[in-house]
Design a protein around this ligand. Structure first.
Ligand SMILES: N=CN[C@@H](CCC(=O)O)C(=O)O
Ligand SMILES: [Mn+2]
Ligand SMILES: [Mn+2]
Length: 360
């Protein structure tokens, strides 16, 4: 193993337990764990073959779920399986001169999810966390994340990446794109148009000497331009005064679609999301938690002055989840060091749970 090969870390799913069986199911008793390497080397079973407890009975490589049982009474649900992949990284925020702490985000999100009750069958697998140990580990970590996300899509699951700063997006997007293209090639169909729906105060289109948490969508735009593919990128909740004229000029040149925070209503935001979704074959959704009001989401690097109300963010995320086009999503920029009463983590966990439940 070279010096910069990212390490992985696992999480112990525990939480309140009221008894056994599906009637007492919570995330901690439903999530199965499996090694990240299974996604990287293709050893992970097809997602449809991992229906909670049944998977253990069939002797898959996934570790047994803790006592409590999988939610629901039937076989695997019709809804897609969801794979959790953590991306523990402070490197992007540090390079972007923000306040670090996002590396602690993945486990804080899992802790927020652990005791949430589950009332219908779900297939959830946690493949652990890719750890970016230092600055030099960022690019190898992003590459590994991309490979893991591709592995998740390959097995038929919807990857849910737990960041990390917004540099997470450079890993998530490339993994989705690579595997969607590979599947299309296999099927002899055209490469799907993969759109990006970013819920964020910021464009994250910065031009820098090296990648940061403020550059992922410029990196993606450049990647797609070089490949002759369209850059379909929409931002919900952008704050006009937290992005410079240079940022707006870049966005305009790249054809970025924008809905400002001050223009966000449920109706306008859902319409914005719908139009973007209708214009693509597949969707990558990325939630930067700093889009929420600072009272709801204090635990981020750059808390919002205004922010977009939670009901609007939730409505947009549900629209994406129900569309049938959501190929994968990530939740980024949680900084537990500033998260009073774990407010941000609790809110993010509810949003993740809502998306998972709503997946078409
Ligand atoms: N991930 C992006 N972050 C913002 C940070 C802005 C700030 O610190 O005020 C950006 O680069 O624009
Ligand atoms: Mn961002
Ligand atoms: Mn942001």
């Amino acid at each position: 193993m070279t010096e910069t090969t990212p390490q992985t870390r696992t999480f112990e799913w525990t939480g309140r337990t009221d008894g056994p069986g599906p009637e007492h199911a919570r995330w901690h008793s439903t999530v199965q764990t499996a090694p990240l390497e299974q996604l990287l080397d293709g050893a992970a079973p097809a997602a449809g073959q991992v229906p909670g407890r049944d998977a253990n009975a069939q002797g898959t490589d996934a570790s047994p779920a803790p006592a409590g049982g999988t939610a629901g009474s039937g076989a695997a649900a019709e809804r897609p399986a969801v794979d959790l992949i953590g991306f523990s990284s402070d490197a992007g925020v540090a390079r972007n001169k923000g306040r670090v702490g996002a590396a602690e985000g993945p486990d804080a999100l899992r802790t927020g999810l652990a005791s949430l009750a589950i009332r219908e069958p779900r297939t959830l697998t946690d493949f652990g966390t890719i750890v970016v140990a230092d600055d030099a580990g960022l690019e190898p970590g992003q590459d590994r994340l991309s490979d893991a996300v591709a592995g998740s899509v390959r097995r038929g699951a919807v990857p849910c990446v737990l960041g990390g700063g917004h540099e997470t997006a450079w890993g998530t997007f490339r993994g989705l794109r690579a595997e969607l293209a590979a599947k299309a090639e296999q099927a002899g169909t055209r490469t799907p148009r993969l759109g990006i729906l970013n819920l964020d105060q910021h464009f994250d289109l910065r031009e820098e000497d090296r990648p940061t948490s403020g550059t992922p969508f410029r990196q993606i735009a450049e990647l797609l331009k070089a490949a002759g593919e369209d850059f379909v990128y929409g931002v919900v909740g952008l704050s006009e005064v937290n992005n410079t004229t240079a940022g707006f000029e870049t966005a305009e040149a790249l054809g970025v679609r924008v809905l400002l925070d001050v223009d966000c209503t449920v109706q306008a935001a859902v319409r914005f999301a719908r139009e973007l979704i209708d214009s693509v074959d597949a969707l990558y959704m990325t939630l930067d938690l700093d889009v929420l009001p600072a009272s709801v989401a204090p635990g981020v690097s750059a808390p919002a002055g205004y922010g977009v109300n939670l009901d609007i963010i939730r409505a947009v995320m549900l629209e994406a989840a129900r569309s049938g086009k959501l190929a994968g999503f990530d939740v980024v920029e949680l900084n537990p060091r500033f998260d009073t009463d774990s407010r941000t983590a609790r809110t993010a966990a509810r949003l993740i749970d809502d998306v998972v439940r709503a997946l078409a």
